[in-house]
Design a protein around this ligand. Structure first.
Ligand code: ZN
Length: 604
């Protein structure tokens, strides 16, 4: 998804503000104790409701079964903004169970639930239906239940951010319909297992619309059959696992443009579905797709859905990463609706929605965070992908400038990682701050070949999988052969920006990190008196001699690092204790002078 221009004011946003205030007061309290701690998971889950847990947790009605196939059939009626249909849910039994949780949001209602010709009984708990199956399910068996439903689905007032159905009209007054429901969830328009950790292996999406308009959904079109009642059913099929929030209806008066991209895995079909009167404009703007694919295949590996194809579909909302049918509503402008989110001008050289939403095909759709608390995996890497695209197009320095410029959007209002199991997202800093963190980790690794191997390795290792953020962090640590956990904790779980404190006197520099999580020892690149070098600060003062530095030069932190710095202009006597290689070392240091050390054991 794209970041909204302003925070939505919804019930969940209100709750988030409470959470944010708790977080900030916790930060203040912890800072007063002289320590910054990680905040994400420890803030009260008491603010969350029973409905949040039903929605967000892998509860007893979910954990025993694995969704294998969704066979979704929906009739869309623009005349009264209603829908009706059914989803036949194929599943595999993982553990004995008889009660199954199916999610469908009011005001939609379930009409009946059928299994093997029998009508099943269910009890409703808010937007969850607990269905009693005919008998206790045998482990490893497969079966299907069909959930029939109808109603007027929630209307999205501010798609794609609030979520629901968009009943719009194009500029000629003709119906133009779309769904967008990343935040609110797919159950806002079809019955499903609303748990991101469980994706079906494949899915059919059969959408019936008035014959005057055409539906473009995910995957490949298998058939378009006219019915006897002036409607047409479009049967789309996705051959791969798909996030349920990615499944979409897009119905309007579309033109169809096709092209082919020769990619890493061979021939990739490109299908573009602009409104009919935008066909010429789209034909020009969508030429950006091939260089985008080339860049992302280079950095991330093959496009993840060769058999489902690549599509852009014009929508009445700004855009969404709908898998193999990316929603496009950027009005054929470069930038984000014509604006540059990096404030550098570099973002105006490409179409934000093509680049950002397509980047999600790798991070978000192929690699999916199991819990929205870890949305940094999708939005952070995709924000970083914007920088990489700028680099592919305009050079490495430009790519860095894009990321650095985008930092102006960072709020540091609350942690990026949110509480787990209650369907909560963290701060919108999941975009730019995570992108900046990844850019910084690339500097720390200091080896672009290795960094690219890591990005491609993530996509190969977690190809078509759902993941936890912890798995992604562990993979990067392992491949980088570094413990980056304090860096991840600092930037993802606190709102504090590390401060490099230093004292500079001629060729001697003393330095340390403050405002950091315990154990934070991120190397940082600086220029001292004209000499570029790495410092390896810890929370304890360290001293380095800078050979060749100009006298009375300054210390400048490399802007690739998202940190602050503070110079002490006078000598600060300090006694610090440092445990190095199991030896206790007492160090007395004065700015501008060499330190005097007393160590137990041999000198370090
Ligand atoms: Zn996004």
């Amino acid at each position: 998804m794209v970041k909204p221009q302003r925070t939505q004011r919804s019930r969940s946003a209100d709750r988030s503000r409470v959470f944010s205030m708790l977080s900030l007061s916790s930060v203040v309290a912890l800072l007063s104790l002289g320590r910054v701690r990680t905040l994400a998971a420890q803030d009260s889950s008491a603010a969350f409701t029973h409905a949040d847990s039903l929605r967000g947790a892998n509860g007893p009605g979910r954990a025993w079964w694995d969704a294998t196939f969704y066979d979704l059939h929906v009739r869309v009626n623009p005349s009264d903004s209603s829908i009706s249909g059914y989803n036949a849910i194929g599943y595999r039994v993982l553990a004995p169970g008889q009660e199954m949780q199916i999610d469908l949001r009011a005001p939609l209602v379930v009409d009946s639930i059928i299994q093997q010709g029998h009508t099943l009984i269910s009890r409703r708990d808010g937007d969850a239906y607990f269905v009693t199956l005919l008998e206790t399910q045998r482990v490893a068996s497969h079966d299907t239940i069909s959930v029939y439903y109808h109603g007027k689905p929630r209307v999205a007032r501010r798609a794609p951010w609030d979520g629901g159905y968009v009943w719009a009209h194009d500029s000629l007054g003709r119906p133009w319909i779309a769904t967008a429901n990343e935040g609110v969830g797919a159950s806002v328009w079809w019955p499903t297992k609303e748990l991101r950790a469980d994706e079906p292996d494949s899915q059919r999406i059969a959408i019936t619309v008035p014959s005057a308009i055409a539906d473009v959904s995910n995957g490949r079109l298998r058939s378009a059959d006219a019915n006897g009642d002036s409607t047409t059913t479009y049967e789309w099929f996705v051959q791969n696992p798909i996030n349920n929030y990615d499944v979409a209806v897009n119905a309007g008066h579309y033109a169809h443009l096709t092209d082919v991209y020769q990619g890493e895995k061979g021939k990739l079909t490109l299908d573009f579905w602009p409104l009919d009167y935008h066909a010429d404009t789209a034909g020009k703007q969508f030429q950006q797709v091939k260089p985008m694919l080339k860049c992302f295949e280079h950095w991330f590996g093959p496009y993840p859905w060769y058999n489902d194809g690549y599509k852009l579909v014009e929508t009445p909302h700004l855009g969404m990463e709908h898998q193999s049918a990316v929603a496009y509503g950027n009005h054929y402008k470069n930038g984000y609706l014509g604006r540059d989110l990096s404030f550098t001008g570099l973002g105006l050289k490409w179409d934000f929605i093509i680049v950002h939403e397509s980047g999600h095909e790798w991070f978000g759709n192929s690699i999916t965070a199991q819990d929205p608390a870890d949305m940094w995996v999708q939005e952070g890497f995709t924000n970083y992908a914007e920088g990489l695209y700028t680099e592919c197009q305009q050079g490495k320095e430009a790519g860095a400038q894009y990321i650095i410029g985008s930092r102006r959007n960072i709020r540091n209002d609350r942690p990026i990682i949110a509480p787990f199991g209650v369907e909560q997202e963290g701060s919108s800093d999941m975009y730019y701050k995570t992108g900046s963190m990844l850019h910084m980790i690339r500097q720390i690794i200091d080896d672009d070949v290795k960094w690219r191997d890591i990005l491609r390795g993530l996509n190969a290792t977690f190809y078509h999988k759902t993941v936890t953020g912890a798995e992604v962090r562990a993979y990067i640590n392992r491949r980088a052969v570094m413990d980056l956990n304090p860096v991840f904790a600092q930037y993802l779980m606190t709102t504090q920006i590390p401060t490099l404190e230093y004292v500079l006197a001629d060729s001697i520099v003393r330095y340390r990190w403050t405002n950091v999580v315990p154990g934070f020892a991120m190397p940082v690149r600086v220029t001292i008196g004209g000499v570029r070098q790495w410092l390896r600060p810890t929370e304890i003062w360290r001293t380095s001699r800078v050979s060749g530095a100009k006298k009375s030069g300054t210390l400048d932190v490399d802007p690739d690092f998202y940190v602050t710095s503070r110079e002490y202009d006078r000598a600060i006597p300090d006694v610090s204790l440092e445990l190095t290689n199991s030896r206790l070392r007492a160090t007395m240091q004065f700015a501008g002078e060499l330190s005097v050390s007393f160590a137990s054991g041999t000198t370090a």
